[in-house]
Design a protein around this ligand. Structure first.
Ligand SMILES: Nc1ncnc2c1ncn2[C@@H]1O[C@H](COP(=O)(O)OP(=O)(O)OP(=O)(O)O)[C@@H](O)[C@H]1O
Ligand SMILES: [Mg+2]
Length: 145
């Protein structure tokens, strides 16, 4: 989603796929985004989307086993591009997985709304196979003046 653009500011981190790192990931991304002076609502949207994607990598991608998650955030003018990648099991049918209420963990009280939330809170969502195995979720958020 953002590979060809020349960016103004960027960071990349790798961290362990553990549920205790979900809050850290969410706060780190939102702290970086503050430089665009987003509204409380815009920051809240970004936190929710990051939280959903990171949680998915931990519980679905790695099934709570060992693994790494990569987050890259790019800022270009007033647009934020967030990429969250894992090397977990990946998704066989991505368009089915993106449907509201689709979940493979209904027994564990998952509602199947993660991708739907990401899609509605962000301005664009792209989900694709990771060429190295696993999943890449890319999102875009426009910070409106
Ligand atoms: N990173 C991932 N790796 C492997 N499978 C994934 C990944 N992210 C999502 N999935 C699959 O896509 C399905 C839909 O994900 P989604 O986040 O929309 O719902 P959920 O995680 O099941 O429920 P909720 O997010 O509401 O708790 C998941 O049930 C899982 O099968
Ligand atoms: Mg989810």
């Amino acid at each position: 989603m953002s590979n060809e653009i020349e960016v103004d500011n960027e960071f990349t981190v790798y961290f362990d796929a553990k549920l205790e790192n979900e809050g850290f990931a969410r706060s780190m991304v939102s702290a970086f985004c503050l430089q665009l002076n987003p509204t409380v609502s815009e920051i809240s949207d970004i936190k929710t989307a990051v939280s959903e994607a990171v949680t998915n990598s931990i519980i679905h991608g790695y099934a709570n086993k060992k693994g790494k998650i990569m987050i890259n955030v790019k800022i270009k003018a007033n647009v934020i591009y967030i990429t969250i990648a894992d090397n977990g099991v990946g998704i066989a049918d991505i368009s089915q997985a993106r449907q509201p209420f689709f979940t493979t963990k209904a027994k564990e009280e998952r509602s199947g709304m993660g991708f739907t939330l990401m899609e509605s809170f962000m301005d664009a969502l792209d989900v694709r196979d990771n060429p190295d195995g696993g999943l890449i979720v890319s999102m875009k958020k426009i910070i409106r003046a």
